[in-house]
Design a protein around this ligand. Structure first.
Ligand SMILES: Nc1ncnc2c1ncn2[C@@H]1O[C@H](COP(=O)(O)OP(=O)(O)O)[C@@H](O)[C@H]1O
Ligand SMILES: [Mg+2]
Length: 239
């Protein structure tokens, strides 16, 4: 049985159908990549899965149970968590506070602080516990987003463009964290714009264009798919 099953979800904003009857399954242990042009509906799709938005149509099953409309904190309790594309910072909290708050989803305070400190080191932010997130580099802010997810001890993480804006060299650290997490048993769905990154990391890729899933397959199959080339790579290949 799939760990996550997205079944024909649709979301409309007024006259705009941001996500249109999208379906896919994610097996336990996979790294599913989701790609597609800007505005394709990827973040909206994540919001529908993680409970920030409720689909107008369709259903989302996590571990065989419908989670459609289930509030985010309940989903985190069950083991499904998302990162945010826009890195959020909090004026009065340091890195340790931010990650501890996430860890409190599963642990009492003393253990949460401990686990947060451990998680911060695990993602490579060791030594930055007492900095305010606002002063972190973009790369470190992204790692903090990953740390917040990891601290909730998830079974499935939805990562929304955690590599965006980073140089290829800067993607190495978050990528290593993602691979290590996956190796430890965490299932991953990642939206990413940096193509070489997703090609090297994902076990399978789904392509979204204008709210619809237009292709799904292995990284190699996807780059050879005509619809994908037209929708996504067209301009680059023509250039
Ligand atoms: N809350 C919202 N209200 C109205 N339109 C939205 C909202 N969120 C997203 N959209 C629109 O839905 C479409 C898909 O957006 P989004 O899911 O952010 O795309 P992506 O993450 O693939 O770039 C875009 O046209 C965007 O402007
Ligand atoms: Mg987005």
């Amino acid at each position: 049985m799939a760990l996550l099953s997205v079944q024909g979800v649709t979301k409309r904003f007024g006259g705009l159908t941001a996500v249109n009857a999208v379906s896919f399954d994610v097996a336990k242990g996979e790294i599913l990549g989701i790609i597609g042009p800007n505005g394709a509906g990827k973040t909206t799709l994540f919001s529908l899965i993680s409970g920030f938005l409720t689909p107008d149509e369709g259903d989302v099953l996590f571990d065989g149970q419908s989670i459609k409309g289930v509030p985010t904190h309940v989903q985190v309790d069950r083991g499904l968590v998302r990162s945010f594309q826009i890195v959020q910072t909090f004026a009065d909290m340091d890195v340790l506070d931010v990650v501890t708050t996430a860890a409190l989803a599963k642990l009492p305070m003393v253990e949460a602080i401990d686990f947060a400190a451990q998680t911060i080191r695990r993602v490579g932010l060791g030594g930055k516990e007492y900095l305010t997130p606002a002063v972190l580099s973009l790369q470190d802010k992204k790692l903090l987003e990953v740390a917040k997810c990891v601290a909730t001890q998830p079974r499935l993480i939805l990562l929304d463009e955690v590599m965006a804006g980073l140089t290829m060299a800067e993607t190495e650290a978050p990528l290593a964290v993602i691979r290590e997490l996956n190796a430890s048993g965490v299932t991953i769905v990642m939206v990413e714009h940096v193509m070489p990154v997703i090609m090297r990391t994902a076990t399978r890729i789904a392509v979204i264009n204008f709210g619809e899933k237009i292709a799904e397959g292995t990284p190699q199959g996807i780059v050879e798919d005509k619809r994908v080339i037209e929708a996504y790579f067209g301009e680059h290949l023509d250039a």
